[in-house]
Ligand binder design. Structure first.
Ligand code: 5RP
Length: 228
């Protein structure tokens, strides 16, 4: 079995009856969804679930999970999601799958955000993975240019398989900012990027992760609580 699957299934054991649950996006979070469905089926758990992407919603439906409308949810007890890079302070780069806007909306109101990653995604200093930035499609080349000029790094438009600009579930394009490690000015960089006109959301999730579930290549799983 894939180590990511073992870790995702371990994360699902943290869910308790009666909880409201956020279902994350990406290949790791995808392993959690059938495991949630199995617990509902075998243990009769009563859960209210919301998905962070159309792909996760589709997978949830395919596994027989009935989803609640995001508009009807004010807070969530637990969310299980993946990440692209995470540092020792549990600062995260996310959005490799382009779902960062919904993922951040969900993480922001989640009491226990559980992030599941392969150990290869742990890093001492963020920035090797480009920071995904969701932007309004209108005038994206101008937004790209202004971001590149302001931060002095390469900024590229994410493309889909047919070569068109990738469009997220919320109709945004994604610009990937290749800062390189270490990411500068960790205290302010998120707001610096967000203040650029055209930017909707930044794939930096700082202070949002409560538990980390690490998948090791040998199949072992480590659960860590966020540093105080
Ligand atoms: C999607 C995400 C994913 O959680 C992140 O890209 C990790 O994906 P994977 O588990 O497939 O490596 O942020 O927007």
């Amino acid at each position: 079995v894939n180590p990511k699957q073992i870790a995702a299934e371990h994360a699902v054991t943290l869910i308790k009856d009666g909880m409201s649950v956020g279902l994350g996006s990406g290949t790791t979070a995808a392993y959690a969804i059938p495991a949630v469905a199995r617990r509902i089926e075998t243990e009769g758990l009563r859960l209210r679930c919301v998905a962070t992407s159309k792909a996760s919603a589709h997978l949830a439906h395919a596994n027989g999970i009935k989803l609640s409308s995001w508009d009807s949810i004010e807070t969530l007890d637990i969310t299980i999601d993946g990440a692209d890079e995470i540092d020792p302070e549990f600062r995260i780069i996310k959005g490799g799958g382009g779902a960062l806007v919904r993922e951040k909306l969900v993480a922001t109101v989640t009491a226990d955000e559980v992030i599941v990653v392969h150990s290869a995604k742990l890093t001492e200093a963020l920035g090797a993975f480009p920071v995904p930035v969701a932007v309004v499609p209108f005038g994206w080349p101008s937004t790209r240019r202004r971001l590149a000029e302001k931060f002095g790094c390469e900024v590229s438009i994410r493309r889909d398989a047919s070569g068109d600009a990738f469009t997220s579930d919320d109709g945004m394009h994604i610009l990937d900012m290749a800062f390189g490690a270490p990411l500068p000015r960790l205290d302010t960089i998120e707001n610096e990027i967000r203040s650029v006109v055209g930017v909707v959301e930044v794939g930096l999730f700082f202070g949002l992760c409560h538990h980390l579930v690490v998948a090791h290549s040998d199949g072992s799983v480590e659960v860590k609580a966020a540093p105080k």
